[in-house]
Ligand binder design. Structure first.
Ligand SMILES: [Zn+2]
Length: 142
């Protein structure tokens, strides 16, 4: 049962990569096939406008795949001083405990640290200096 969960988690994690890579591999394999295996009869019936639409669609798919890889896919770095992960694109911290469970849980930020919204784990801000306490002045009464 645990093996099935691991397989499912790994497959889900890499699904987007597979969806992008599979058409690329398939189309590049078709491109290098010998001419006798290519469906030339079908290609001869396609008009130039349909070829143009097909090429434009493939270019749009390539641009979308590159945009996904660059802009949408989150990029995380581990911040040792805090002990948490940081999304470098959006400048948001993520809980290490939840990341270990394959959950991306952005944390609530306060001046003295960060708190996970999911598991309530607290991460202290090492650069935080608490303000000087304001003790009420003693009034001497005679
Ligand atoms: Zn958490």
């Amino acid at each position: 049962m645990a093996l099935w969960k691991e397989i499912k988690a790994a497959a889900t994690k890499h699904l987007a990569t597979c969806l992008v890579a599979l058409p690329s591999i398939l189309l590049s394999t078709l491109a290098v096939l010998p001419e006798k295996y290519l469906p030339v009869e079908i290609a001869a019936q396609i008009t130039p406008a349909q070829w143009l639409r097909t090429v434009l669609l493939l270019l749009a798919m390539c641009v979308a795949a590159i945009a996904y890889a660059i802009y949408v896919h989150p990029k995380f770095i581990f911040i040792k001083e805090i002990g948490a992960w940081k999304n470098i694109k959006f400048n948001v911290f993520y809980c290490t405990k939840c990341m270990a469970d394959d959950k991306q849980s952005p944390m609530l930020e306060s001046p003295d640290g960060w708190r996970c919204k999911t598991c309530t784990q607290w991460y202290k801000n090492p650069d935080y200096n608490p303000p000087p306490s304001k003790k009420p002045k003693r009034v001497l009464r005679i």
